[in-house]
Write a protein that binds this ligand. Sequence first.
Ligand code: XMP
Ligand code: MG
Length: 173
Amino acid sequence: MSRPLKVVLRREEIDRRIAELAAAISRDYDGCEPVLIGVLKGCFVFMSDLVRKLDIPVEVEFIRLSSYGPARTTSGRVKLTHGIGTPLRGRHVLVVEDIVDTGLTIRFVLDYLRRKRPASIKACTLFDKPSRRLVEIRPDYVGFTIPDKFVVGYGLDCDEKWRHLPDLCELEE
Ligand code: XMP
Ligand code: MG
């Protein structure tokens, strides 16, 4: 049986772009020792590739949310299922997301983290679908702007499947 998948971005392309993002982040946060906060589960592949390309010291934390219902439909309601215990007051925080779609998730995360009084807060996403935005939000670092197609692989899932694929693929109907 063939998979209903079409490669959108190959692993080599993703790898090259992450090296560029890592160079920009290393430059911008030189001397700051930022806390990178990954949004689980989707971020886990990107986060692990990104941190290994940085040439500055960082701390790593994770936050876990649920916003999507089963499969591809967003519930619109974001729920925090695992927050941050570590104090962030006065720290430089960089949120690491796999994909920003409607923007509801990243807005929720930024609002939650701002209440912890960091010195600064920015967002980095590997993939961005600006055409789907419901709230005005522009991540500070964007790997790839992609069209409004449901994508899987490189950490992204559909009903918990396909996260392990090294390439970013479009899930065809
Ligand atoms: P919002 O709409 O809140 O969505 O910006 C962010 C979260 O939704 C998931 N998402 C996707 N997951 N393929 C996926 O596998 C997609 O094309 C896609 N679009 C959104 C993702 O978990 C992200 O954190
Ligand atoms: Mg997901």
